[in-house]
Design a protein around this ligand. Structure first.
Ligand SMILES: [Zn+2]
Length: 69
């Protein structure tokens, strides 16, 4: 009766995990996927850049969005 049925709003947002920019080396909370490194083991490593450096990678940059609207 006293327990809310809806979860707290902060639990509904899915923010991207902070990643190191491959260009300037700074940790960014808005990582932009600019490439993928495929290894022989099959585990691909994602390459990220910060929003400021993302344009340097042109059309390969894929902005990570927490949600689509
Ligand atoms: Zn950067």
């Amino acid at each position: 009766m006293t327990q809310p049925t809806n979860p707290p709003p902060e639990h509904q947002t899915a923010d991207p995990i902070p990643q190191l920019c491959c260009h300037c080396g700074q940790l960014t909370r808005e990582p932009v996927l600019v490439g993928e490194a495929h290894t022989a083991s099959g585990a691909g490593a994602s390459i990220f850049a910060c929003p400021e450096d993302a344009p340097l990678f042109g059309e390969n940059a894929v902005r990570l969005e927490g949600r689509t609207s």
